[in-house]
Design a protein around this ligand. Structure first.
Ligand code: CS2
Length: 467
């Protein structure tokens, strides 16, 4: 027996489930990147909002490359189980918010039609940092933002709306980028300017691009997880997702054509996301990436193991409290000490099994907003950041290939360039080529020659392994 609308009434009473009438509702959201994170976060908030009475906000999911999620969810009518778990226990809810999943290479016309449908009011994105096609200077990199990117689909959908005299929509990035709304706006308008200039002005005037801070730790689902889900719900579910009880979503309240009342189910709709986004990217994600590269090096596999390693714990506490927090201009009532304490508890969650190798992926796309922004603010204020420098050194060793035995291949869209640097140079040259003036990552962190020398020395002096 498999989860789906036909088997819903066979679920055990212990499993919570949506109660709204899906068949009477329209899809109001087209979401690009329907991976585990979206299903445990925005889709969950939207499910709860519809439970509380919001209507017509079903989600049409889009996978940009693989048919895997469509094959998992479409035979289940889009239904899946969300399991929250920690050291104390686990609880499951069947989520009804996803209507169907479309696969971009197979069904581009259906995706454009969904964007152009009168009922669609929001297009949202969790496509990962690299899929925006940003160049190092923040502009659009045509080589990265090519035919397989979101831009041609968005251009066709928006131009069809304009031609039909429909309203603009909200385009909402839910990726871990600094100022993600402005980034999406800038890159999409640049793409339109180059390929469909007639739509540029219309999109700039009638669409909105709110900034968001998204937060929930959602490890990739394993086959063992799917077995646990089946045991909990008494039937198979190929789309189950496992996450922590904690969740946070701070959204800039700038919607071109309405939105679900997400504030009634725990989201914060605010006028300025920046302080929350900075704290989250620099403290949570900054700590995560440090745990990933240093933790892999020390022989750990999971976040909860790395944070229990006394040397790493001290370093991560320093990174969060003494290096990242002072760079955040906190909003009234935002308590960064309390935030750091909560983060530690979340990292310690033994039930999550969050693999360090998952976090270590795509470092070149992650470290600017996680570490380099912190380094730059501290540099201006003449404060040292030994914890971030140690983490940065571990990243450089990681892209050299030092962790391949533990983490598998170096997964990074720029791994070719990074490995070429290591093939021809020593730590000193690699550090210069990346962070020196006119370097590959120039512009994020304007380090002086002494800091770069310190970093090169750290690269050559790895932390002792514990195993
Ligand atoms: C992690 C994030 O994989 C990673 O890079 O740091 O996915 C992290 O778990 C989320 O941002 C938490 O909200």
């Amino acid at each position: 027996m498999r989860l789906g609308t036909a088997t819903l009434d066979r679920l055990p009473a212990t499993v919570d489930r949506f109660g709204y009438q899906r068949s009477a509702m329209a899809s109001g959201i087209v979401h690009f990147g329907i991976g585990a994170f979206h299903r445990a976060h925005m889709a969950w908030y939207t499910d709860l909002a519809m439970e509380a009475g919001a209507r017509d906000w079903l989600i049409t999911g889009v996978s940009m490359r693989s048919p895997d999620m469509a094959e998992r969810l479409n035979p289940q009518d889009g239904l899946y189980t969300l399991v929250e778990r920690d050291g104390v226990g686990a609880r499951a809810r069947v989520i009804g918010a996803v209507d169907r999943v479309l696969v971009a290479p197979d069904a581009p016309a259906a995706i454009v039609a969904a964007l152009a449908a009168p009922a669609t009011r929001i297009a949202s994105f969790t496509i990962t940092e690299k899929a925006y096609g940003r160049s190092t200077n923040g502009g659009l990199d045509p080589a990265l933002a090519g035919a397989g990117s979101i831009y041609p689909l968005l251009a066709a959908g928006l131009s069809a709306r304009r031609a039909a005299g429909l309203s603009g929509i909200t385009l909402m990035s839910c990726d871990n980028l600094a100022d993600n709304g402005a980034v999406l706006r800038r890159l999409l308008l640049a793409w339109l300017d180059a390929h469909d200039p007639a739509t540029t002005e219309w999109a700039a005037q009638s669409c909105s691009f709110p900034a968001t801070m998204v937060d929930r730790i959602v490890p990739a689902t394993t086959s063992g997880d799917l077995d646990s889900a089946a045991a909990m719900i008494g039937m198979t579910d190929a789309g189950a997702v496992f996450t922590e009880p904690f969740s946070q979503w701070v959204v800039e309240d700038r919607f071109a054509a309405g939105r679900p009342a997400w504030e009634t189910v725990g989201a914060s709709l605010v006028s300025d996301v920046a302080p929350y986004e900075q704290a989250k990217l620099r403290m949570l994600n900054g700590a995560h990436s440090a745990l990933a590269y240093l933790g892999l090096e020390r022989g750990h596999e999971y976040v909860h193991q790395a944070i229990a390693d006394p040397a790493l714990r001290t370093l991560v506490l320093r990174l969060m409290r003494a290096e990242a927090a002072p760079t955040v201009d906190a909003a009234p009532g935002q308590d960064l000490e309390f935030y750091a304490d909560r983060l530690l508890e979340r990292f310690e969650n033994p039930a999550l099994a969050h693999r360090l190798a998952q976090i270590a992926m795509d470092g070149s796309q992650k470290i600017p907003q996680r570490w380099l922004a912190t380094l730059e603010t501290n540099r201006k204020q003449e404060r040292n950041c030994p914890a971030i420098l140690a983490a940065l050194a571990a990243w450089l060793r990681h892209v050299r290939g030092d962790n391949i035995g533990r983490a598998g291949a170096v997964a990074d869209p720029r791994s070719g360039e990074l490995q070429a640097l290591w093939a021809t140079g020593e730590a000193h040259d690699v550090v210069q080529a990346l962070f020196g003036s006119a370097g590959l990552m120039d512009g994020c962190w304007n380090a002086g020659p002494e800091q770069l020398e310190d970093l090169a020395r750290l690269v050559n002096r790895p932390a002792p392994s514990i195993s």
